[in-house]
Design a protein around this ligand. Structure first.
Ligand code: NCD
Ligand code: ZN
Ligand code: ZN
Length: 344
């Protein structure tokens, strides 16, 4: 019998971009409606590099979700100059849950990112000691490296050596897109885990060119070949506790996606848990959704699992063509398409 209704422990989103100001006010309520908590990415302009900046950003987020129980889990943006003192302050703050590594130039608002990971050795040593995770955008930026190989080259050139230098450092390999990344995480110790987005499970790079150029399927790391999509789906079916939900929902105004040099990022917060549920159902593993969405993340971060539940029903609904983003518009993931599960 096919399932008509599903109740699971309330999920968390372990990779989320909320932006700031009026955009923040537009997108944050979508996440607060579905998720109890989310790891908030610090790639604002200017980036959130200090505990003091994170406190202020936290206040703005809380104002945007007023009237809900949503708990933002804050992160700091790692730079070449992040001091050991800042790491100690982050640990003492208790609300900073990790530091984000953006290789300089790798993605949206990464210009202030790390130019050479060895510049961060003192900070990483302190993070290893204090158990503060490093969250990684895992792509090299060398223009000589093919854009589709940037994740796998990053593993060989940066991540593997890093995990040998800091064998106890907790690392979340964010938004993994390749078989190589999945295997690296599987073969690593319990201190290394990964997030997987809905778009990298649902699509491969054909979706970028389906009937013409599709800017709303453009994110970084870019969608890969079918064999990589299949490897990620294989991970979902196998149900390892080293992988968890991270939407990488990354809103950009419509005119910044549909233009000559469009921004990278896909907004999925409007329907995140419904889309993941459809994927797990399609793979025949609805029973594995709860661990992926609600258990593996908090277990890795050393946080309690949520006590509330959510219920989804099997019911078709159509994704709107756009949503407001402050005074701009936003085209959501799967705009105009039918989704078969709905959050009650
Ligand atoms: C993200 C963004 O827009 O902030 N974009 C993306 O394509 N994923 C940045 C990131 O997560 O790399
Ligand atoms: Zn990223
Ligand atoms: Zn991201």
């Amino acid at each position: 019998m096919t399932k008509k209704q599903l109740t699971i422990t309330q999920p968390d989103d372990w990779h989320l971009h909320l932006r700031d100001a009026e955009a923040l006010n537009s997108v944050a309520p979508f996440t607060a409606k579905q998720f109890a908590r989310a790891i908030i990415m610090p790639n604002l302009n200017p980036p959130v590099t200090t505990v003091a900046m994170a406190v202020e950003y936290l206040d703005r987020i809380l104002a945007a979700v007023e009237g809900t129980d949503f708990e933002p889990l804050m992160t700091l943006y790692l730079t070449d100059n992040t001091s050991v003192d800042e790491i100690i302050a982050a640990r003492k703050s208790c609300f900073i849950k990790g530091l984000k590594l953006y290789p300089a130039g790798a993605t949206t608002n990464s210009d202030a990112g790390v130019t050479d990971i060895r510049n961060c050795d003192a900070a990483l040593d302190e993070m290893q000691k204090s158990g503060l995770p490093l969250l990684v955008h895992g792509e090299v930026t060398d223009p000589q490296v093919d854009v589709f190989d940037r994740e796998s080259v990053f593993i060989d050139k940066v991540l593997q050596p890093l995990s040998q230098r800091f064998p106890e450092l907790k690392i979340v390999f964010e938004h993994i897109t390749t078989r190589q990344a999945a295997n690296f995480v599987l073969e690593s110790g319990d201190n290394i885990a990964a997030t997987i987005t809905p778009q990298h499970l649902l699509f491969n790079r054909n979706a970028l060119f389906q009937g013409g150029l599709q800017p709303h399927h453009y994110c970084l790391p870019v969608l890969k070949r079918n064999i990589h999509q299949q490897a990620l789906l294989g991970i979902i079916r196998a149900g390892s506790n080293k992988f968890f939900l991270g939407t990488d929902s990354a809103p950009h105004a419509r005119h910044k996606k549909e233009c000559a040099c469009g921004c990278a990022g896909i907004f999925s917060a409007h329907a995140a848990i419904e889309i993941y549920t459809s994927i797990f159902e399609q793979q025949g593993v609805l029973d594995k959704l709860e661990a992926f969405a609600s258990f593996n993340g908090p277990d890795f971060y050393g946080l309690p699992r949520n006590s509330k539940t959510i219920t989804l029903v099997k019911q078709d609904w159509q994704v709107p063509d756009e949503y407001p983003l402050g005074s701009d518009k936003l085209v959501p993931f799967l705009a105009g398409q039918t989704i078969h599960w709905k959050l009650v």
